[in-house]
Design a protein around this ligand. Structure first.
Ligand SMILES: Nc1ncnc2c1ncn2[C@@H]1O[C@H](COP(=O)(O)OP(=O)(O)OP(=O)(O)O)[C@@H](O)[C@H]1O
Ligand SMILES: [Mg+2]
Length: 478
């Protein structure tokens, strides 16, 4: 972990006596030149301050009007990254000290302080917090990387090219636009991009730009000040601020209203945001990843999407291939989703028959990987035996367009429909020929009237599993 990722440390002193606060700050600052020393006159003010700024060590009086130090300790302990709390009191008794330590305080000091002991205790607490932060950043990064080893399934050239682009983009900080049909893995790619980047220990924040009205989206993204509009009852941090040092995933960017597009462009240009109702801007350091399944270039031509924003977002484009462009990955993906689902549900072991895998490979998957994932789940539930057979698969045009059923094609454009028919026909035809020649490629090529090389090209292109056919022929012969 790079050391600069751990920010300058902050010490917060809380006491209801303003003079004491001032005195302590003056006393401590020379000892802690690289630490920002903050002060608060009440636990309430301290909590508000900690909403805005992370604090590493809290040095708090125990007895204060309103909320006392022990109650504050209780609240701080439940925070995601709790600071080390050192309590101080003029009425130090051993019982109070023990109680505070039991409740999670880091240490306990009695007034009047011995300067050396005070400095030494704070030093140790700051060091410990720094170590904890480094460890948790490391653990988080490691965890995210480990979680990723089994994310992308597939070995096809199309997918490999995409994964290579993602890992190249991960080394940079520039905005990325992920394009691809629905269900092709755009969100998976965005998460991978974040996890492989050196921002991985910080937040990955995802927001769906199509899911909410414009005003709400604006306040979600940029935050607002209390009173900025009717329902703004408190200050609210925007997602840009939450994603600071991390990545912000703007999903369905094609649906972002034009008015907001202009605001987003400004943030990308200037690297700062202005919460609604606030007259101050704030610097943010966020990697923006946008995704869309809409033909965004056409939208730019039709002036439905700002061209300048498109250029800003599209510094690197990652195009997710449609599943039909990587048919050789279909059996791998299907088996992966099946095993994953069986494990999750605790169902008994199951596998696909070779014919079922061939059927899956022949389908053109308009809903891409997500459609395959859902179909596999349904097949796992509804198949009765240990082997999932072609009949267990709910593929709409399974009977085959080549057989004359054109129902599945009416929603497709000509080229896609033609490709679908070709795929189904070629897969069925070649499977039949290969079966009848016991997978002898030379003989099969002769029967089809094709060159051996052309037959092999077709087999590769349509992901026909020659080994699978050989085995079925073998088992039929037995
Ligand atoms: N290559 C892959 N290997 C394993 N799982 C994948 C792969 N590609 C996609 N998936 C899985 O498919 C599902 C759909 O992916 P994801 O939600 O990322 O798609 P999307 O492109 O964002 O879809 P939409 O446009 O509908 O939002 C997810 O469960 C994802 O994990
Ligand atoms: Mg998505």
């Amino acid at each position: 972990m790079k050391s600069e990722q751990v920010t300058a440390q902050r010490l917060l002193i809380i006491d209801d006596e303003a003079d004491l606060l001032l005195g302590m700050k003056r006393l401590l600052q020379p000892h802690f030149q690289h630490v920002r020393i903050l002060t608060a006159e009440s636990p309430q003010t301290a909590l508000e301050l900690m909403e805005k700024e992370a604090v590493n060590v809290v040095l708090s009086d125990i007895r204060m009007p309103g909320m006392d130090g022990m109650a504050l300790l209780q609240i701080l302990k439940d925070k995601a990254c709790p600071p080390a709390v050192i309590l101080m009191t003029a009425y130090g008794t051993i019982d109070l000290a023990i109680d505070a330590l039991k409740k999670g305080a880091y240490d306990f000091l009695t007034k009047p302080f011995d300067e050396d002991r005070l400095v030494h205790t704070l030093q140790k607490a700051l060091e410990r917090q720094q170590l904890l932060e480094k460890t948790s950043l490391l653990e988080k990064a490691l965890h995210q990387r480990q979680g990723l080893t089994d994310t992308f399934i597939g070995t096809s050239p199309a997918l490999k090219k995409t994964i290579d682009t993602i890992s190249l983009a991960a080394r940079t900080d520039v905005p990325v636009l992920i394009t691809g049909e629905s269900g092709t893995g755009k969100e998976l790619a965005a998460r991978a991009l974040h996890a492989w980047s050196n921002r991985s220990a910080y937040e990955f924040v995802a927001v769906n730009c199509a899911a909410m009205p414009s005003e709400l989206l604006e306040s979600e993204l940029f935050g607002h000040k209390k009173g900025a509009f009717t329902h703004a009852t408190a200050d609210k941090k925007g997602l840009f601020e939450i994603a600071d040092k991390g990545s912000l995933f703007l999903d369905e960017i094609g649906d972002m209203p034009l008015m907001l597009q202009a605001k987003l462009l400004r943030v990308l240009q200037e690297g700062e945001i202005r919460p609604i109702g606030d007259n101050r801007t704030r610097k943010v350091n966020v990697r923006v990843i946008a995704a869309t399944n809409k033909p965004i270039k056409n939208m730019v031509e039709r002036e439905e999407f700002r061209q300048d924003l498109f250029f800003r977002l599209n510094v690197i484009e990652i195009r997710m291939p449609a599943l039909r462009e990587m048919p050789e990955d279909i059996p791998l993906l299907a088996q992966h989703f099946l095993q994953q689902f069986l494990k999750e549900t605790g169902m008994p072991p199951k596998g696909f028959s070779k014919e079922a895998l061939m059927q899956l490979t022949a389908w053109h998957w308009p809903g891409n990987v997500r459609e395959l994932q859902n179909l596999v789940k349904r097949a796992a539930i509804f198949s009765t035996g240990a082997t999932i057979l072609p009949d267990d698969l709910e593929i709409p045009a399974r009977q085959g367009c080549a057989g004359g059923d054109l129902n599945g094609l009416v929603n497709m454009q000509y080229h896609e429909a033609k490709e679908t028919v070709m795929r189904t026909f070629t897969t069925q035809y070649l499977t039949h020929i290969l079966k009848s020649t016991n997978c002898n490629i030379t003989l099969a090529a002769k029967r089809c009237g094709l060159e051996r090389q052309s037959l092999q090209q077709l087999i590769r292109r349509y992901g026909i599993q020659v080994h699978g056919i050989k085995n079925t022929v073998g088992s039929l012969e037995k």
